[in-house]
Design a protein around this ligand. Structure first.
Ligand SMILES: [Ca+2]
Length: 173
C-alpha cells in the first residue's frame, strides 16, 4: 500500500469517527426546556408566557425554567412584592437550568398554596421573600412543618433535613 492510500484510509476513518461522536448529543438525558414546559402545562395547566416561563392565574404564580435576568428590583432574581422558591441551593446560582417558582398572592387569614400544583413537589432547596408579609409557613405533604419565612429574608440552603420536602405553604399578610 502506498503512503498516500494509507493516509486516505486514515482520513476516512477519522471522518467516520468524528461523525459518530457528533451524532451523540452532549446532554442526551436532559429533556429540552420546551419539552419540560410541555410536560408541566399538560399536567398542571397554566400558560406558556416565554420560551422559558409558565404562568398561572394571570401572573400570580410564575415558573421560570432557566435563571431570569436579575433586574435591579429583584433579590436573587425574585421580583419585588413576590416570594420565590428555588430548585437548588444558593438561589440556583451556577445552575442556569434550575427552576424558580414565584408567588405574589398572600392574605391576612393565611392563603394556602400547593407547590405540587406547579410541578414543584419535593424540590425546594433555597428561598427568598422580597415582600412585606407576616409569615410564609412551609409544610411537607404529610403536614409536618419544615420552616418559616419572614418579610424580606432569604435562605441559601434549607438544610439537609428539610431539603426537597416542601409541598405546600400558607402565606399570612
Ligand atoms: Ca432541590
Amino acid at each position: 500500500m502506498s503512503r498516500r492510500f494509507i493516509s486516505l484510509v486514515a482520513m476516512v476513518i477519522g471522518a467516520i469517527l468524528a461523525a459518530a461522536f457528533q451524532a451523540v448529543p452532549a446532554n442526551a438525558a436532559a429533556p429540552s426546556v420546551q419539552a419540560q414546559i410541555d410536560a408541566i402545562t399538560a399536567e398542571h395547566g397554566g400558560q406558556q408566557t416565554s420560551a422559558t416561563q409558565v404562568t398561572w392565574r394571570g401572573g400570580a404564580v410564575v415558573l421560570d425554567l432557566v435563571a431570569p435576568d436579575r433586574a435591579l428590583a429583584s433579590v436573587e432574581g425574585c421580583p419585588s412584592n413576590a416570594y420565590c422558591f428555588y430548585e437548588h441551593q444558593n438561589f440556583n446560582h451556577n445552575k442556569p437550568n434550575g427552576r424558580m417558582l414565584t408567588f405574589r398572592d398572600c392574605t391576612t387569614a393565611g392563603l394556602r398554596q400547593n407547590l405540587t400544583d406547579y410541578g414543584f413537589q419535593d424540590k425546594t432547596t433555597s428561598w427568598v421573600v422580597n415582600k412585606s408579609l407576616r409569615l410564609v409557613d412551609v409544610f411537607t405533604g404529610t403536614n409536618t412543618r419544615l420552616w418559616q419565612e419572614r418579610a424580606h429574608s432569604k435562605s441559601s440552603n434549607v438544610g439537609t433535613a428539610d431539603n426537597d420536602k416542601a409541598d405546600w405553604f400558607r402565606c399570612y399578610l
